[in-house]
Design a protein around this ligand. Structure first.
Ligand SMILES: Cc1cc2nc3c(=O)[nH]c(=O)nc-3n(C[C@H](O)[C@H](O)[C@H](O)COP(=O)(O)OP(=O)(O)OC[C@H]3O[C@@H](n4cnc5c(N)ncnc54)[C@H](O)[C@@H]3O)c2cc1C
Length: 460
């Protein structure tokens, strides 16, 4: 099949991947969305208990909302703050169940490699004219899929940073793995039994650390034998709880987190370890001793459990056969690094950007969503939605639209657009409830022949 008739592949059915699909559909494309998990938004499902800082109006993609409202969907209140579970149940599942999209998504399809058809990374002649080939693992085996472009929205959630302050796992980290919880555990819900009346160390200085610390503080109120220790690398827990940090935040709910955490510290409800660069973990049957050993001396604390809130890093291994332009420090798309460098920026006021900034030396391959930020922690959905709007335009030959990047912050503009779209949809009949959406998605079949969805090169 000629390259220009092949589909565009979207890797990942998270909020940004599905938004990419919506923008491509709106432009007449028939994208193929490959999702590694056994459900839509598999990463979101892990933190469904966490409330977002962004209200609904900043969490919805306009092209997706247009598709949903055209068929009658119960829109959420644009000012409410959804949880991860709300985002999944009330937005992504109904979106993924729309007939135009449902047939384009394949769950349990993990992309493990991307290359140019017939050429390795070193060979140049004719490279740009060749299709991409995705190597895909499914429960039924592996196969290759030829596509004309690739939008990689595979996220960073499954690649937590290790605990070592130098970026390597701390000595003994692997041996202590049973005492380490990564991500955002449901401390007041499903995971409560693991934390109640335990001495828990939270390592990290970002909003995830703050979220876990506040949940632990509430648990301690209910179960007073619970002990909380917070270790940060810097000399103070600024900028998270520094003077004025809460007021400076462009998202009020995120600012509130800082205010609440300050109150927990001032109330003496946690033990704060500053200047703590984790270097060694020594587990024993009773707990784990965590050490910071450096030029400034040694510090140690012994705890039952550690919450690793040190952030995430991208895994670019699937694109190893492609020519990438990545920032050497952040592992973000190179052009974004000066805008998001956490050495310089403390908040996420990143100007809107699109296809040109996100392009790699490998034409037709784009890294988007939270993965495009690499190790920088300030990604916001509204920025990702603007990224895929521009890329969909570029891939369908509308360079003018691709290059028209609005001057306002995505956050400002998105609330306006989404409010208008939601207002116009009021009074329509709901299309699908959660249960119906799940039922449609669970009946999706794994493709077995190339006729199902493009050019699968099946294994024997
Ligand atoms: C707790 C938490 C709270 C947040 N709160 C906010 C907020 O308030 N406002 C805001 O704007 N942003 C927030 N974010 C940041 C960001 O918007 C989310 O992380 C968002 O989920 C990123 O969307 P994404 O589509 O880029 O990636 P993800 O949601 O991580 O989706 C990636 C998808 O790709 C799939 N995948 C991974 N690897 C492969 C592969 N090899 N092949 C196929 N599929 C693959 C995954 O299973 C997953 O479904 C928050 C993040 C977290 C963790």
């Amino acid at each position: 099949m000629p390259t220009n008739r092949l589909p565009v592949a979207v890797i990942g059915a998270g909020p940004v991947g599905l938004a990419a699909a919506a923008h491509l559909l709106a432009r007449g494309e028939q994208p193929t969305v490959l999702e590694a998990g056994n459900q839509i938004g598999a990463n979101l499902a892990d933190w469904r208990h966490v409330r977002l800082f962004s209200p609904w109006c900043l969490a919805l993609d306009p092209a997706a909302v247009r598709l949903l409202t055209a068929t009658g969907w119960t829109p959420p209140d644009p000012d409410e703050l959804p949880t991860g579970g709300d985002l999944l149940d009330r937005y992504l599942l109904p979106l993924a169940a729309l007939p135009a999209i449902a047939g384009r998504i394949r769950v349990d399809h993990r992309v493990v490699g991307i290359a140019r058809q017939g050429l390795d990374k070193v060979r140049s002649p004719g490279r740009d004219q060749l299709p991409f080939v995705l190597r895909i693992h499914t429960p039924h085996g592996e196969h290759d899929l030829a596509v004309r472009a690739v939008i990689d929205a595979s996220g960073t959630w499954t690649q937590p940073n290790p605990l070592g302050a130098n970026g390597l796992p701390a000595l003994g980290e692997h041996a202590a793995r049973d005492r380490i919880v990564t991500g955002l555990p449901d401390i007041l819900g499903a995971d409560r039994h693991r934390f109640t009346n335990r001495r828990v160390l939270v390592i990290g200085a970002g909003h995830s650390a703050a979220t876990s610390l506040l949940a632990l503080a509430e648990l301690r109120r209910q179960a007073p034998a619970t002990r909380i220790v917070w270790a940060v690398r810097s000399a103070t827990p600024r900028p998270l709880v520094g003077k004025g940090s809460a007021q400076a935040d462009e998202l009020p709910a995120r600012g509130q987190l800082a205010t609440d955490l300050r109150a927990v510290i001032d109330g003496g409800h946690l033990e704060l370890l500053t200047g703590f660069g984790t270097s060694q973990l020594c587990p024993d049957p009773k707990g784990v001793t965590v050490s910071s050993v450096g030029a400034a001396g040694s510090k140690h604390t012994t705890v039952d459990l550690i919450v690793n809130a040190t952030g995430f890093r991208p895994d670019h291994a699937i694109a190893r056969e492609l020519r990438l332009a990545l920032d050497p420090a952040l592992e973000s798309v190179a052009a974004l690094a000066p805008l998001i460098d956490p050495n310089v920026h403390t908040c996420g006021t990143v100007p809107a950007h699109g296809a040109s900034e996100l392009a790699h030396p490998e034409p037709g391959y784009y890294t988007v969503g939270i993965k495009s930020y690499g190790r920088a922690p300030t990604f916001l959905l509204a920025t990702g939605y603007e990224q895929v709007r521009s890329i969909a335009a570029a891939l369908t030959g509308d360079q003018a639209a691709a290059d028209t990047i609005p001057a306002e912050q995505p956050a400002t503009r998105f609330c306006q657009i989404t409010r208008e779209l939601l207002a116009s949809s009021h009074g329509r009949r709901p299309l699908l409830g959660h249960a119906q959406a799940q039922a449609i998605l669970s009946t999706q079949q794994t493709p077995t022949t190339s006729d199902d969805w493009g050019t699968v090169t099946c294994c024997p």
